[in-house]
Design a protein around this ligand. Structure first.
Ligand code: P53
Length: 483
């Protein structure tokens, strides 16, 4: 009963949110490097290149680049079995279209993965986590250009080859499906490298085209990667938010279904190998011309994933509006970032950033995914962003974070024990405080480990253990029996 004996407990992060050292070791500029700091409810801006005087938090991150040995030792102290991180594409191919990879960048990840293995920590590695080379965005308009598919596959093959004996689990793209938050331009830039603005009427069409191109790139990377390393396991990575209907009115139920269609269709493609019929019909209805050849459709079929991984933070609620002509979900993005076709859930409380706290939604998510695809799963992100306070004893007593994680792990355990889903891993987000992706804040903290650095760029980057550090250590020790 309970979690499998070899369950992979751990934590997850992404290169651009914690490495810093944005110009060291031959690294090129990524889209994260031209993203300014926003705030709670204040969106980040994309500047035209790096502009003097602007605040770019990802340039420094938490300086993991220089602290990684210390940080991995702390993860090991908690008993981590796995650590999910990403490779910064720009450390390997600084511009994205370079002929040769950058040896210094490759070497950095050799050392990082070696350091993990020293403690028997299994790396789970994302190839593209919101950090496309900026040059690709500027010159090619990101994944709108088919040539970028080959650039990604070359990058992926380079990594799979280089880290053959070191990395078994590869995730191609982080949250391709966040782009379905179009028309908000932020998502198209972040996941697709498409330099657009919120008011561009083409945003939805571009979202479909860019996702299609990324899905082809992912499928080709899977197929070729398995030839390079037959031991490797490839996964997709989705941002998963269950949509509930506002109430039992049938139109609301249909709207919730439409919201799942809209936000999770890339998962259907990566798991099934074809574009779902509801998406083809939507393209037809809107007259969206999507470039997708027969050869590319074949590539999608041949490159389905071995495992399904996803992030889970919250659930959302869809509401049908009188006058809608079709069951289509139109969101303006994540809660707190503009008007949208969704309503609040009166049964749930929220984080300080308006994210609804819903542990049962995680159990629902695991069932929804497993019912449809019957593939092994990993939860590769789940966590609680909060303002932390250092108490007089010098420690952060983050009971709210512990409560959030406890209730979610409990729901996950119920899904395993009572519903029988096949779950391989849980890597919480993020074991150490880092820069928030949506707001660029340092003060939105997720970690078990506190990092002395804040929104005002004050602090010395020193690390300390929060109360949750000791709690999670015990969770791992008991394989999730004692929460
Ligand atoms: P932050 C929005 C909604 C759900 C998941 O988010 C999201 C986002 C980010 O735009 O992304 C994942 O830092 C993502 C991470 C990110 C994490 O959620 O905005 O994979 O990079 O940091 C948490 O609080």
């Amino acid at each position: 009963m309970g979690f499998r004996k070899d369950f992979l407990w751990g934590g997850a992060s992404a290169a651009h949110q914690f490495e810093g050292a944005w110009q060291e070791g031959g690294k090129g500029v990524s889209i994260a490097d031209v993203m300014t700091a926003g705030g709670n409810g204040i969106p980040r801006r994309i500047t035209d290149g790096v502009v003097e005087g602007e605040d770019y938090p990802n340039h420094v991150g938490i300086d993991f680049y220089h602290h990684y040995k210390e940080d991995i030792a702390l993860f090991a102290e908690m008993g981590f079995k796995a650590f999910r991180t990403s490779i910064a594409w720009t450390r390997i191919f600084p511009n994205g279209d370079d002929e040769e990879p950058n040896e210094e960048g490759l070497k950095f990840y050799d050392d990082l993965f070696d350091e993990c293995h020293k403690y028997n920590i299994e790396p789970i590695v994302t190839l593209c986590h919101f950090e496309l080379p900026y040059h690709i965005a500027k010159k090619y308009n990101g994944f709108m250009d088919k040539r970028v598919i080959d650039m990604f596959v070359k990058y992926s093959n380079t990594c799979v080859e280089r880290y053959k004996g070191k990395v078994k689990y590869w995730l191609t793209f982080n949250e391709i499906n966040n782009q379905t938050g179009a028309p908000i331009a932020h998502h198209l830039i972040q996941e697709g490298g498409i330099l657009t603005t919120d008011d561009n009427p083409d945003n939805e069409w571009m979202m479909y085209q860019s996702c299609v191109n990324e899905l082809i790139a992912s499928a080709k990377a899977v197929k070729e990667g398995k030839k390079i390393n037959p031991e490797a396991q490839f996964g997709c990575m989705m941002g998963f938010t269950p949509f509930y209907p506002e109430n039992c009115k049938p139109e609301n139920m249909m709207e919730a279904m439409a919201a799942m269609h809209k936000t999770e269709w890339p998962l259907e493609v990566q798991a099934n190998g074809f574009i779902p019929a509801h998406v083809e019909k939507l393209w037809e209805r809107h007259g969206y011309k999507i470039a997708l050849s027969d050869e590319e459709r074949e590539a999608l079929r041949e490159g389905t994933v071995d495992i399904i991984t996803f992030s889970y933070y919250m659930s959302r609620v869809a509401a049908w509006h009188e006058g809608n002509t079709h069951f289509e979900f139109h969101s303006q993005g994540i809660p707190g970032m503009g008007e949208s076709d969704e309503v609040d859930n009166p049964y749930l409380s929220k984080t300080a950033w308006g994210w609804m706290i819903d542990p049962l939604g995680l159990r629902w998510a695991l069932n929804w995914v497993y019912d449809r695809f019957h593939k092994p799963m990993m939860i590769v992100e789940n966590g609680f962003g909060a303002y932390d306070k250092i108490e007089e004893d010098g420690m952060v007593h983050d009971d709210d974070r512990i409560n959030y994680l406890r209730s979610h792990i409990k729901a996950m355990r119920d899904a395993v024990e009572e519903d029988g889903v096949d779950l391989l891993a849980y890597t919480m987000w993020a074991p150490i405080d880092i820069v928030s992706a949506s707001t660029g804040e340092y003060d939105k903290r997720y970690g078990f480990i506190y990092v002395n650095y804040n929104n005002k760029h004050e602090g010395d980057f020193s690390r300390s253990r929060k109360k949750s550090f000791f709690w999670y250590k015990h969770v791992i020790e008991t394989n999730g029996e004692e929460l």
